[in-house]
Design a protein around this ligand. Structure first.
Ligand code: ZN
Length: 399
């Protein structure tokens, strides 16, 4: 998914603004063990118009980045959520106020939430050890997930197998689960979760979905029909290095962990490393940016492994990538306002899926193409949806 021209300089900032922001320190203490986010806040900002959005985009383009956008500036009707390090809070709040931007404090202290999350994981782990059962309602480390995959494949060997499609930059295995009831090179559906390593809920969703597939096969009519005709491939940990790092050091790490000679900052945003629209809107050419696209398309082993696998398979009919932080169902393109050839079909599919979801869970998703859903320049179809977003996916601005 592609987004805003975040790599630009800051045309909307006065020299004083720029200086104020640049001199404010951006230090994440990595003394020993886990990085600490004490006092970091998440601010929800409501831009009234395009002009105010553009001020926020300037913040996004700062080098070094002072704020971490969880939901980037897209259009005035969508709030912008950003994590601001404690050291930069005063300056950023003053900056927002000076531009008449209204904000609220959505998370007062991120570390408090991270501590609670860690405690919950520890509690769950103790319980798992005593009962030998995997908890599907708590988070797990990479080792725990890979161990679960091995057990899962053994227990359901009639329907599930494990494929190693490559190795990460730090040489971790990249694993894919294959759900199949037979046949060869059948039409298939691809699902990946966790390409952004900090989006832990997506790994958990992948694991839960995998379990659901084996549980429901032979019981649920729709799923059984799908699996009798098609295969499903699931990559649960799409960014294993980044994911391991979120557990060992930095809970909020998003990119992979690749390094390059002469480049100070680490990691590439794997979701900006695809060939389609490479380097376009929504990606950044600054290696220190959270949306850095990498030196070239498919430069990252984690992306190349997927591309090679899907290309070699040759019969994958649907690709679904799960992210967290919003309720949105979006389809291509992200890097262009150009409609895809089967735009109408995708629109109807998204509409049906969102309606079905609402009927079961009462949760409202917005939907449409990535570029039109996130931009003011919405298509008549997307605009007709008229659903207000509630909470939630990392969404980079796409205009
Ligand atoms: Zn994401």
């Amino acid at each position: 998914m592609q987004g805003t021209p975040g790599g630009s300089v800051c045309p909307g900032l006065s020299p004083v603004d720029r200086w104020t922001l640049l001199v404010s320190s951006f230090i994440m203490v990595a003394a020993s063990g886990q990085m600490n986010f004490t006092g970091d806040q998440v601010l929800r900002v409501l831009a009234k118009n395009e002009k105010q959005l553009s001020v926020l985009r300037d913040l996004e383009g700062l080098k070094p980045q002072k704020v971490d956008f969880w939901r980037g500036p897209a259009r005035p009707s969508l709030p912008v959520d950003m994590r601001v390090p404690f050291s930069a809070l005063k300056d950023i709040k003053a900056f927002l106020e000076s531009h008449g931007l209204a904000y609220s404090i959505m998370i007062k202290d991120i570390q408090v939430l991270l501590d609670k999350e860690r405690e919950a994981m520890a509690r769950s782990r103790r319980l798992e050890r005593s009962t030998s059962s995997f908890s599907y309602s708590s988070y797990h480390t990479l080792e725990e997930i890979y161990s679960w995959i091995d057990n899962f494949v053994t227990e359901h060997s009639d329907i599930v197998s494990k494929i190693r499609i490559g190795h990460s930059f730090e040489n971790r295995s990249i694993l894919v689960l294959k759900f199949s009831t037979g046949g060869s090179q059948r039409r298939a559906i691809w699902i990946d979760t966790g390409i952004h390593s900090r989006e832990w809920i997506t790994h958990a969703t992948g694991i839960w979905t995998a379990k659901k597939i084996v549980n429901e096969y032979g019981k649920d009519h729709t799923l059984t029909n799908i699996l009798n005709a098609m295969d499903i491939f699931m990559e649960i940990v799409t960014n294993p290095d980044g994911f391991a790092f979120t557990h060992s050091m930095n809970r909020l790490w998003r990119k992979n962990k690749s390094t390059r000679p002469g480049v100070f900052c680490i990691g590439v945003d794997l979701n900006r490393n695809w060939k389609s629209g490479f380097g376009g809107n929504g990606s950044n050419n600054n290696p220190c940016s959270e949306t850095y696209h990498g030196p070239s398309a498919q430069s990252e082993p984690e992306v190349a492994a997927i591309v090679d696998f899907i290309t070699a398979h040759g019969n994958i009919k649907a690709l679904i990538s799960i992210h967290s932080y919003s309720q949105m169902l979006m389809y291509p393109y992200g890097h262009s306002l150009e409609p895809v050839p089967n735009q109408k079909e995708l629109y109807n599919l998204a509409k049906d899926a969102v309606q079905a979801l609402y009927q079961v869970h009462g949760i409202e998703y917005i939907y449409g193409s990535i570029s039109t859903t996130l931009c003011e320049c919405a298509s008549p179809l997307a605009a007709a949806v008229g659903v207000t977003p509630t909470w939630g996916q990392e969404v980079q601005a796409l205009c």
